[in-house]
Structure formats: C-alpha cells, structure tokens
Design a protein around this ligand. Structure first.
Ligand code: NAD
Ligand code: LMR
Length: 338
C-alpha cells in the first residue's frame, strides 16, 4: 500500500527535484536502524540539517510510522522510508553518507563485546548492501562493539573490492561529548568552550581521554585525572545502569552522531579544517585501527593526526588500551574470514 495518494507522491517527487536543483550542497543520507532508540532522534535531527537534501530511513520494523511522522517537519530534506531486507538496496542506492545505528544495545551487567554475536552479522549484511549499492559512500558506524564492527565492515568492503579506508569511520564522538561535559563541570566552564581529544577505541579502558591536551590549556590534580578518566571510560555503563534494562544511551548518542555526521558532510562539501576524533584504519600505533583526531575532507578521513605528547598516566593508559583493542580488532577480522 502507498503511504501517500499518488498525486501527493508526485508532488513529493517534484519537490525533491526542485530542492535538489536549488541546494548546491544537498547530500543524500541513509540511516540504517532508523526506527530504534538512536535511529529516531537521529533521523529527526538529520531532517533539520540544512546539508541534507534526501534522507532515507531503513529498518526491519516500524519505518513507515517513523517516516510519516518525520516527513511532516517543514525542513528541506525529503524523507523516504524503507522496510525490511528486500528494500535495503533501494534505501542505499545513490547515498553519499550511510549512518549505522542498527543492532541490539546493552543491558546492565553486559559488556559491549557481549553484543558481538548478534551485531556482527547485522553489520556484515548491511555493509554487503553498501558495497553493492553505494560503494563510494562515507560510512559512520555506531553499532557496538565498534572496536570489532569497524574491522568487520573493512573486511566486507575488501572482499567486495570497494574498500576505501578513508570512508569508513567508527563513531567515537559520544566519548568526546561526554569528556567535554565532565571536564567542563570540573573546570567550571561552558562545555561548548572545551575540547578534549579522546583516542584509542570505544569500550572501557580502550577509551583514552588525553586530559593533558585539553583546550583551553589547564591542569588537573591526580585525583581529578583519575575521576575524569574513569567517568569518561564508564559513561556508557552509567547510562545503561540508570536505564535499568531499557537500553543504553540514545539521545546523547543521536546528538553525538549528528555532530559527527555534520562534520563529515562539511568535509565532503570541501570546508577546510574540519577535525574530529574517529575510529579509523590507522598507522598512529602498531594496531590496524585506532581512534584519534582526523581531518575530514572530500575524500573522508584525509589526514590522521598523531597522538601528540602524552604524560605518564596517559602512556600507561595507552598500553592497556592497545592490549584490549588488539583482541577486539582480531575478533572482528576472524569473524569476517570464517
Ligand atoms: P535499539 O534496539 O533501540 O535500536 C536498534 C534498531 O536496529 C532497532 O530499530 C532494530 O529494529 C534495528 N535493527 C536490528 N537489526 C537490523 C537490521 N538487520 N537492519 C536494520 N536495522 C536493524 O538500539 P539503540 O539503542 O538504538 O542502539 C543501537 C546500537 O548502537 C547498539 O549496538 C548500541 O550498543 C550502539 N551504540 C553505540 C554508541 C556509540 O557510541 N558508538 C552509543 C550508543 C549505542
Ligand atoms: C555508549 O557509550 O553509551 C554506547 O557504547 C552504549 C553502551 O553500551 O554503553
């Protein structure tokens, strides 16, 4: 059944063409997992983003309702919904950016790695679709465990012959958002004025905030350093426990995902100096993937920045992070090679 009467559908098409002509920098964005806890507020915020001309919402459940609802917002992007595997290819064809929050979230007592068995297969299937239908798209991967799902996606793209390491970005923006918030609280500053680089990966000790590199320049006592590092590393668990079985961070994650997607789109448009942290293929350490600051440009992550000077606390943290990360990366690669 059509969601709209045919004449209205035609007028939607006319509108889409007209908006595409008018907006020089209109990007086509797909959200996979768009009906979920992250997906819905993410879809709403992307509908507001002036850089988006077309927004495709894909999920295995509930996309007609979410799409009807969001399509009534009087902002520029044209919204289309896609439901279930048979519609995945149409959802992906022609996309510039694909954001993936599909998959199960944690419950109290679980680690992100406990999600591997379900989410690894979901990410593999979705990435096979991307390789086939929009091989040049930039991919923002949110589904956990990010430390393993990014290597899985890389292997899928390699197998399909479409892998461009600059275009595959694991989203670690929520760690930066949390770090900015918690550090601002300690310093008594507005979080919008604070910038904390967070490197490594996206789970427990692999989340490594570089408090010695906070902007504006500042210093912390050992007690503050330990409090902030623990709070940033366990921010996800703090939300999982507070939600008490009803899932993990969704609203702050949607905010962080949009902040990151917007940076990717500004890079694709050709803006200069767009720099954010992301989990990418990297030569910054001996590991094949690592999160650090990257410069986002027309080709994706065009430049990957070194970690810069670390203090002793951070050097010890880095060794712990690398040890855990190595195992998670290998787990993703082995899954793909099975
Ligand atoms: P959710 O269960 O509320 O939503 C997930 C959505 O994915 C559901 O609508 C579900 O139908 C959909 N889905 C399941 N299988 C699918 C498939 N094969 N194709 C398309 N869609 C499919 O979960 P959520 O709270 O939105 O979290 C989603 C994922 O994001 C989890 O893995 C979670 O751990 C992760 N997450 C990551 C970060 C991060 O910082 N990277 C932060 C928060 C959550
Ligand atoms: C987060 O950091 O909030 C997410 O990775 C979700 C989780 O499981 O903690």
């Amino acid at each position: 059944a059509h969601l709209y009467p045919p004449n209205l559908q035609n007028s939607c098409l006319r509108q889409a063409k007209c908006r595409a002509k008018g907006g020089a920098a209109g990007f086509k964005v797909a959200i996979l997992g768009a009906a979920g806890g992250i997906g819905q507020p993410l879809a709403m915020l992307m509908k507001i983003n002036p850089l988006v001309s077309v927004l495709h919402l894909y999920d295995v459940v509930n996309t007609p309702g979410v799409t009807a609802d969001i399509s009534h917002m009087d902002t520029g992007a044209v919204v289309r919904g896609f439901l279930g595997q048979p519609q995945l290819e149409n959802a992906l064809t022609g996309m510039d950016l694909v954001i993936i929050p599909a998959g199960v979230p944690r419950k109290p007592g679980m680690t992100r790695d406990d999600l591997f068995n379900i989410n690894a297969g979901i990410v593999r299937t979705l990435c096979e679709g991307i390789a086939k239908c929009c091989p040049n798209a930039t991919v923002n991967l949110i589904s956990n465990p990010v430390n393993s799902t990014v290597p899985i996606a890389a292997e899928v793209f390699k197998k399909a012959g479409t892998y461009d390491p600059k275009k595959l970005l694991g989203v670690t923006m929520l760690d930066v958002v949390r770090a900015n918030t918690f550090v601002a609280e300690v310093l008594g500053l507005d979080p919008r004025d604070v910038d904390v680089p967070v490197v490594g990966g996206h789970a427990g000790v692999t989340i490594l905030p570089l408090l010695s590199q906070v902007k504006p320049p500042c210093s912390f006592t050992q007690e503050e350093t330990e409090y902030l590092t623990n709070r940033i590393q366990n921010g996800g668990t703090e939300v999982v426990e507070a939600k008490a079985g009803a899932g993990s961070a969704t609203l702050s994650m949607a905010y962080a995902a949009v902040k990151f997607a917007d940076a990717c789109l500004r890079g694709l448009r050709g803006d200069a100096g767009v720099v954010e942290c992301a989990f990418v293929a990297s030569q910054v350490t001996e590991l094949p993937f690592f999160a650090s600051k990257v410069r986002l440009g027309r080709q994706g992550a065009e430049e990957i920045f070194q970690l810069g000077p670390l203090n002793e606390y951070e050097r010890i943290g880095l060794e712990k992070a690398k040890k855990e990360l190595a195992g998670s990366i290998q787990k993703g690669i082995s899954f793909s090679k099975k």
